[in-house]
Design a protein around this ligand. Structure first.
Ligand SMILES: [Fe+2]
Ligand SMILES: [Fe+2]
Length: 195
């Protein structure tokens, strides 16, 4: 676990310099979360304590290596910062629990596991971006786009579920969406349309 955190700080300190005003405020916030102990997923990649920070380090290193490989050296520092923060949407969402699982000896036992509960369902890349900015990390337009879209198109399956979680939790989200539909398709029906 410490290894991942140490590597995170080496990379972060390597790039933050003067380029990221607010980075100290951001780190203070991050230290108050479970970022350095959380898993990276419930049961897929790095689903063990410290998995999230280690995954972030891997993505940062991989992204920087790609920048150099393709001669885009000027993007390498941004790539590291984006890699380090791209999944901060996952802080505070994995709750330790237990589940029943069959061991290699065929005997069922209770093993540690995680369950997912997101108190702020804003989407994935969108939420990482929101949290980074809210906690002081000032990112460039290009970095913001990179973090927002880091999952590519592979979020559509989760989007509807996440949206209904947001509507459950925040009535205002349901109201605004419904009002927008009502205004667009009912109130403004036929109003001001081009002939
Ligand atoms: Fe990731
Ligand atoms: Fe992600």
């Amino acid at each position: 676990m410490e290894d991942g955190k140490q590597r995170f700080y080496w990379l972060f300190r390597d790039v933050d310099g003067d380029y990221y005003p607010g980075s100290e405020e951001f780190l203070r916030w991050l230290e108050g979360t479970d970022f350095f102990t959380a898993p990276a997923s419930t049961k897929y990649h790095l689903c063990t304590p410290g998995g999230l920070v280690l995954h972030s380090v891997h993505v940062a290193e991989e992204a920087a290596a790609m920048c150099h490989r393709y001669g885009m050296h000027e993007l390498a520092d941004s790539a590291i910062m984006c890699g380090l923060v791209h999944d901060i949407c996952k802080v505070g969402v994995y709750k330790p629990t237990t589940r029943r699982a069959r061991g290699e000896d065929g005997v069922w036992k209770t093993v540690p596991a995680y369950e997912y509960d997101d108190a702020l369902p804003l989407g994935h890349g969108e939420k990482s971006l929101f949290l980074a900015e809210r906690h002081g990390l000032q990112l460039s337009d290009e970095e913001a786009a990179a973090i927002r879209w880091h999952m590519g198109p592979y979020r559509d399956g989760d989007a509807a579920r996440e949206m209904s979680e947001a509507f459950q939790r925040f009535p205002l989200a349901a109201i605004l969406h419904t009002a927008d539909m009502a205004a667009t398709y009912i109130v403004e029906r036929g109003v001001g349309e081009k002939p």
